[in-house]
Ligand binder design. Structure first.
Ligand code: IPE
Ligand code: IPE
Ligand code: MG
Length: 246
């Protein structure tokens, strides 16, 4: 039986988050510059987004550029920003074809003006699409996001529009950049690193984690199916006993 047929439609993760890692190492292995890996990584984004849309996944959050990635050499950061602009131009028709709605999380004010403008255009153009919601994490880190949330909540408390004893988990969730989006069910990280790297720290509280040594440019639709099948064999207990959840 092929992999796709092993996927149960009834147990599809609603929200998949991916730390797309390993572009640089992939390029280096073939004696190429890091950007070669990033460009190939865009092709993987294209393939995985199409596969997720086709499977009926509701949300796909992709970690594309972290707050910490600003500390990379300027040439790489600049080239990545240009790649983002080119990619939007090239991929918007595919998003439309697949009924995908693009959104972003992160501190977009740090992006170059043109990059930011192109994203806003694509977000507007795809806003009425009703299929997969693609959430691109750009200039994002969970600590940045949580700090912003604390700032907003503190401001409301100081203004008297929110009482400190009213603050609950929902208040926190509502002030995150992911407000309104259900928490990820499955987190995939490629490239063999076993860490979260400042991604969705609050939202991943009960996500199932899937790590693969595969480098992002090599991450195929079959690998993606494998991760989903693995997820579907997990027992999600949310603190309860096994007997309670079956
Ligand atoms: C992930 O690949 C893409 C970004 C972080 C922008 P890397 O560029 O981190 O690739 P490695 O980890 O150095 O191989
Ligand atoms: C995580 O990858 C961020 C993205 C994939 C955008 P990194 O390559 O930046 O993570 P570390 O530095 O290895 O933890
Ligand atoms: Mg990396």
């Amino acid at each position: 039986m092929d992999l796709k047929e092993q996927i149960s439609k009834a147990r599809m993760p609603r929200h998949i988050a991916i730390i797309m890692d390993g572009n640089g190492r992939w390029a280096k292995r073939q004696g190429m510059a890091r950007m070669f890996g990033h460009r190939q990584g865009v092709q993987t984004v294209h393939n995985i987004t199409e596969a997720a849309a086709e499977l009926g996944v509701e949300y796909l959050t992709l970690y594309a550029f972290s707050t910490e990635n600003w500390n990379r050499p300027k040439e790489e950061v600049d080239a990545l920003m240009i790649l983002l602009v080119d990619t939007i131009a090239k991929e918007t028709p595919t998003l439309m074809k697949n009924n995908v709605r693009l959104t972003t999380i992160g501190d977009l004010s740090r992006l170059p003006e043109e990059t930011c403008r192109k994203f806003k255009e694509c977000i507007a153009q795809t806003s009425a699409n009703t299929g997969l919601q693609m959430v691109l994490a750009l200039s994002y880190s969970a600590r940045w996001e949580l700090t912003e949330a604390v700032r907003m909540v503190a401001k409301k408390a100081a203004e008297g529009t929110l009482r400190a004893d009213e603050i609950d988990e929902q208040t926190v969730s509502m002030h995150l950049t992911t407000a309104g989006i259900p928490d990820p069910d499955l987190l995939i990280r490629t490239s063999g690193e076993l860490r979260i790297s400042n991604f969705l720290l609050w939202q991943l509280a009960y996500a199932e984690l899937y790590f693969t040594p595969c480098l992002w440019p090599d991450f195929s639709v079959e690998e993606f199916y494998r991760a989903i099948i693995d997820y579907q064999h997990r027992e999600r207990r949310f603190g309860k006993t096994s007997e309670q959840v079956i």
